[in-house]
Design a protein around this ligand. Sequence first.
Ligand SMILES: [Zn+2]
Ligand SMILES: [Zn+2]
Length: 254
Amino acid sequence: MSVLALDEDFHVHSAFSDDAVSTVADNVRAARERGLRTLCVADHVRGDTAWVPRLAAAVAACRDQPGPRVLAGVEAKILDTAGRLDLPPDLDGIDLVLIADHQFPADDGPAHPDRVRAALDAGELTAAEAIERLCEATGNALRATGRGRVLAHLFSLLPKLGLDEAMVPGPLLGRLAEQTARAGAMVEVNEKWACPSPRTVAAMLRAGVPVVAGSDSHHCRDVGVYRSVRLTAGRLRRDGLTAGGPSEDTGGPA
Ligand SMILES: [Zn+2]
Ligand SMILES: [Zn+2]
């Protein structure tokens, strides 16, 4: 198994998402043309989303054809520090839940990044507190569903708050990686948001977390097209990291 395989795409939107245009079949066709092994069509849901059975059926209809293994997914935001997800109750036929940091998960519910940024600027909240709460909420969100889970574009929220992933303390990152491994969840390296950083991905790999690529495409022309993900994969390879953990040539005890 190679580091962060580039012939898979675990994060593709279809027209079930408000802001995407291609059908499930268009995306599957694009994936087949690009020789992808795996495609996960994952659309944005909220608690009251009613079309999940139709998405699952559209994906199921593409499964008997030659080409990539096709998975059905939903992308749901973390609502609060307790880690509740904005997820409809019926997820029959859904393989993966993509857990997303679209809003800041505050104690009392999702907060717009601009509001949190203003609170940081006003000194009402410290950067360390914001980062700690985001990590806590993300760790808790891993327990919000028993389905297959992927941490999608982990830490994409931080630049929107004027913060940087490098500010996440090592022990906090290590703890989140342990929680992710224990939950049996995966981490996505996201093309659109160019995150998480190689440092974060390395921490996840060391904890034994599977790391997968996602384009976050909203049009089928972008399925499986990677630039920033490719750079991250190259960096991990140079650092001697493989998908199962550090490779044997990194100087660890035999
Ligand atoms: Zn997202
Ligand atoms: Zn997305």
